[in-house]
Design a protein around this ligand. Structure first.
Ligand code: BTN
Length: 264
């Protein structure tokens, strides 16, 4: 699938909602930057993109590192009129958009691993971390942070067996800026859908279609231990439903945790 000259040329143009793109050669964390901007009253739609982060944030208090220039490191500020309990759906919409963008620009189709990793053949291509600003129990702002491995020469030993990158899967270098613009277009569309009448159902359907976790045997690691089971579905609030191994009647709802795919 060509990037230049095909029907997707329109995706190289700026997206009105996300026209304020702030670029940084180096920053501590694009998420940290946009959370601070949100607290200072920045409007919906500001985008922060960095070539390198010195204190990139990952899920569950982890760090996120990538060699300078190797990755798309982007955060997007939104202020959706949505119940706080449904904020996960915004991240899920971004996960679907990221899968679509990779497919359009790099010609391969990643899957989603719950909650929002992009994976290819069991290897992690991208991770997402959303951080919320909440006031009076209401969602005031959400910063959706996405790190996509785009052009990696080699992986450090710790992640060599579990990570992949767009250039590895595509067999050629992949254009980071094309990926950014396509991601913003696709997220704009998913986000508009989410805020529409049947939005949550539509976004969930798109998410379920791409989610490699559903139907799988999984190990779930939560704060106080782990258990195995079969992943059944995601709820309207983005939680994972897992039938516990050895007890057909017990279905647990997981809101936060890590999932390991065991067998297909
Ligand atoms: C994960 O742990 O899988 C989530 C990683 C999210 C990393 C991205 S990179 C851009 C944005 N800024 C951050 O500090 N983190 C997110």
């Amino acid at each position: 699938m060509a990037w230049v000259g095909d029907s997707r040329d329109s995706e190289k143009r700026a997206v009105a909602r996300f026209a304020d793109i702030r670029r940084f050669p180096e920053i501590d964390s694009t998420n940290r930057y946009l959370i601070d901007e949100a607290r200072d009253g920045a409007p919906e739609g500001v985008v922060a993109v960095a070539d390198a982060q010195t204190a990139g944030r990952g899920r569950l208090g982890r760090t996120w590192s990538a060699p300078p220039g190797s990755s798309l490191l982007v955060s997007i500020l939104v202020r959706p009129s949505i119940d706080l309990a449904r904020a996960h759906l915004v991240t899920m919409a971004a996960g679907v958009a990221a899968c679509e963008a990779v497919f359009v620009v790099a010609d391969f189709a990643p899957s989603l691993k719950w909650p929002n990793d992009l994976v290819v053949g069991g290897r992690k291509l991208a991770g997402m971390l959303s951080e919320a600003e909440v006031g009076d129990g209401r969602l005031d702002a959400l910063v959706v942070g996405i790190g996509i491995n785009v052009n990696w020469d080699e992986f450090p030993d710790e992640i060599a067996a579990t990570a992949t990158a767009c250039n590895v899967e595509a067999g050629r270098p992949v254009d980071r800026d094309a990926l950014l613009h396509t991601l913003l277009h696709r997220f704009d569309a998913q986000y508009a859908t989410l805020l529409g009448a049947d939005g949550p159902a539509a976004v969930l359907a798109a998410y379920r279609q791409r989610c490699a976790t559903l139907g799988r045997e999984v190990r779930v690691e939560v704060a106080h231990g782990s258990f195995t089971g079969t992943a059944l579905d995601v709820t309207e609030t983005g939680h994972l439903l897992v039938r516990v191994t050895g007890d057909a009647d017990e279905v647990r709802e997981v809101s936060v945790g890590d999932v390991i795919h065991l067998r297909s």
